[in-house]
Design a protein around this ligand. Structure first.
Ligand code: GDG
Length: 484
């Protein structure tokens, strides 16, 4: 049958994400492109050897029609294919629907959900635009890997397109956020369309078993479908549902630690914070990251254990994010006020309890902060995985620092050896911080061994390869049926 042929000799891998992993810059009249590093890019590096691959995504802005040709050619040299969207569609798709409807709902913030018909229309239009590009480049035997909540209708649109063209192609979709309980998911006015949109895929992947279960129960409850523990029956097909926890590339961090720039910076920090313990937090400033909860717990630590006043600092990097969405602007005001209040209350001329950096820091700085910190504190109220926790562990090979980790992150189900907390329980978080700051060397080493073993095995490359292997194994029945 044609499927074994595909298994032996796969075509190319088409990776699709909302945003291409590139930065375009214009100097006088000529454009140049820079590939960005990042989770997905690293994850795919392990696959490049096995599959030729193409990346499809939005290039980040709109262009005039003459520029579009130039940009396409430039991107093509970097294995990227752009999906051009006009600014209005791009804004309503990204800010209006993806980040104002799906994002809050998937992170258990239904009150922040702001459903508007025109945003839903733009979401559909953007998914159609992606499909048009993919249909123009997909060939027999290709594997298609769609990423995230911005593209939940794409598999279905592609499936329809391929049927008419009789192509033998497998489609996978992976969600980087949590998938919520069906009791939350059913709030979505377009719940049926969204589920059917992804069920056209052959393999649907999540970070944790819990998210997979939530998805399956949404399919049974909202659509009345039959399911197994790792599959859903839909339109005569057996759709595979799998758990694929993402990871990082620890060697990037280890290599960076060896550079003179990082070791100089570590020396700076050590002398600047001499005799002080450092707690680090690194988050996009998003309401899912529980930054206010983190500050309240830290304040509670200083209140309940005044011996820490003057002897511990919290370095919080808060990367500005989604400033066009109202909830993010409100969060900023709220967080600023908390930092001001806590610093005002506990500071002296010599001592600032919270070092708040509302900006992104470069990689050298990031690695240096991770390496110097005694404790890393993550208080997300919901978080698909949370890679900051992994990165901190990668950098603690010498000091065996302690990870205090919210039970509402995907990472909490993998990272044995961390101190698991409920971010809503301020007393519990501050007591865990106290335990972390006062933990003996032996216990730290014991915890660290477990953490490090996991992080070094379950890398980004491991994740990418496992997913694509599983996708390749699905029987892709929907297309072979149409093959002659
Ligand atoms: C989504 C899901 C899931 C942050 N600040 C700086 C900086 N970063 C980098 C970190 C890390 C990344 O950004 C953040 O990744 P997370 O996984 O923690 O969170 P999200 O951005 O919300 O990602 C999440 C992930 O997708 C993958 O599936 O784990 O749950 O929400 O790599 O290092 N990097 C630099 N400077 C900064 O200031 N250089």
């Amino acid at each position: 049958p044609p499927m074994t042929e595909v298994e032996k000799k796969p075509g190319k891998l088409i990776v699709i994400s909302n945003r291409l992993p590139i930065t375009l810059t214009k100097d006088c009249d000529s454009w140049s492109v820079k590939l960005s590093s990042g989770g997905l890019v690293t994850a795919l590096s392990g696959l490049k050897k096995e599959y030729p691959f193409t990346w499809v995504g939005w290039p980040g802005q709109d262009f005039s029609s003459t520029e579009k040709t130039k940009i396409s050619n430039l991107l093509m040299e970097n294995s990227c294919v752009p999906v051009f969207l006009d600014d209005k569609i791009a804004d309503l798709h990204y800010n209006g629907f993806s980040n104002s409807v799906l994002w809050p709902l998937f992170h258990y913030h239904p009150a922040e959900m702001n459903f508007e018909d025109r945003a839903w229309e733009a979401y559909k239009a953007a998914n159609e635009a992606f499909a048009k590009v993919v249909l123009s480049i997909a060939e027999e035997g290709d594997l298609i890997w769609i990423h995230d909540y911005h593209l939940m209708l794409l598999a279905q649109i592609l499936q329809k397109g391929f049927k008419s063209k009789r192509k033998n192609i497998k489609i996978g979709w992976f969600l980087h956020t949590p998938f919520p309980s069906s009791e939350i998911f059913r709030i979505l006015p377009v719940r049926q369309e969204i589920l059917e949109g992804v069920l056209a895929a052959d393999l649907i992947g999540f970070h944790t078993l819990e998210y997979s279960r939530h998805f399956i129960s949404s399919c049974t409850r909202v659509l009345g479908l039959q399911s197994g523990s790792e599959s859903v029956e839909y339109e005569g097909r057996n759709v595979r549902i799998g758990t694929f926890p993402i990871g990082i590339d620890p060697t990037t961090f280890i290599e960076a630690q060896k550079t003179p720039a990082v070791s100089d910076r570590i020396k700076d920090f050590k002398s600047r914070f001499k005799n002080k313990k450092i707690i680090v937090g690194v988050d996009r400033l998003d309401y899912i990251k529980g930054v206010p909860q983190k500050f309240l717990a830290y304040e509670n630590l200083l209140k309940k254990h005044p011996e820490y006043i003057g002897n511990v600092v919290l370095v919080q990097v808060a990367v500005p994010s989604r400033g066009d969405v109202e909830e993010y602007q409100e969060l900023m005001v709220n967080v600023n006020e908390l930092v001001g209040l806590i610093n005002g209350k506990y500071a002296t001329i010599e001592y600032t309890p919270i070092h708040f950096l509302y900006k992104s820091v470069d990689f050298t700085e990031l690695v240096s902060i991770y390496t110097t910190a005694d404790v890393c504190l993550i208080t997300s109220t919901r978080d698909g995985m949370n890679l900051v926790s992994y990165e901190y562990i990668a950098c603690q090979n010498e000091n065996n620092g302690v990870l205090v980790l919210s039970e509402f992150t995907g990472a909490a189900s993998s990272l044995n050896g961390s101190l698991i907390v409920n971010p809503w329980d301020i007393d519990q978080v501050s007591e865990s911080l106290h335990n972390a700051l006062s933990m003996d060397t032996k216990s730290k080493a014991r915890n660290y061994r477990m953490l490090s073993k996991y992080v070094n095995k379950h890398t980004a490359a491991y994740w990418g390869v496992s997913y694509v292997k599983a996708l390749n194994k699905t029987n892709g029945s929907m297309y072979s049926v149409y093959k002659t």
